[in-house]
Write a protein of this length. Structure first.
Length: 142
């Protein structure tokens, strides 16, 4: 005859055995489903971080050109700056899949458009000889 304690233990063992039988380890497809969901999310976030790096590099290069304009003597040429792209997908994923985005207010108060590129950008400054203000242009490498 089994006393109450042994009966409870046998019941717990039975429950534990049933739980082990139905655990996640016995469903190998569940791991595949989790991976299938996680990879696109991870890839999207990785691309957005690459774009954030590109935008930070572009803002930095733009600020460098603005400083050169402010300290410009009016005679020497301001050289172009090249920014290499980190992003790998077409369009700006972090800006609703846009083909261009803005990084700053320009000299005239309008935003500076940055075209999408997976190769990089050239930041050039016009060197006017007529006394007008220089203009900064950001163009995508082709």
């Amino acid at each position: 005859m089994v006393d109450g304690y042994e009966a409870d233990l046998a019941t717990e063992r039975g429950i534990a055995t049933r739980l082990e039988t139905h655990s996640r380890a016995n469903y190998p497809g569940s791991k595949a489903v989790l991976v299938a969901i996680a990879i696109p999310v991870f890839t999207t976030q990785l691309e957005k971080s690459r774009e954030a790096t590109d935008l930070a590099n572009l803002r930095s290069a733009y600020a460098e050109k603005m400083t050169e304009i402010l300290t410009w003597d009016g005679k020497t040429a301001i050289t172009a700056t090249k920014v290499t792209a980190k992003q790998t997908q077409a369009n700006w994923q972090s800006d609703g899949n846009a083909t261009s985005t803005k990084i700053a207010d320009g000299l005239d108060g309008a935003g500076i458009d940055v075209p999408q590129s997976t190769k990089g950008w050239d930041i050039t400054v016009s060197n006017p000889t007529d006394g007008s203000a220089p203009a900064i242009t950001i163009s995508a490498k082709s």
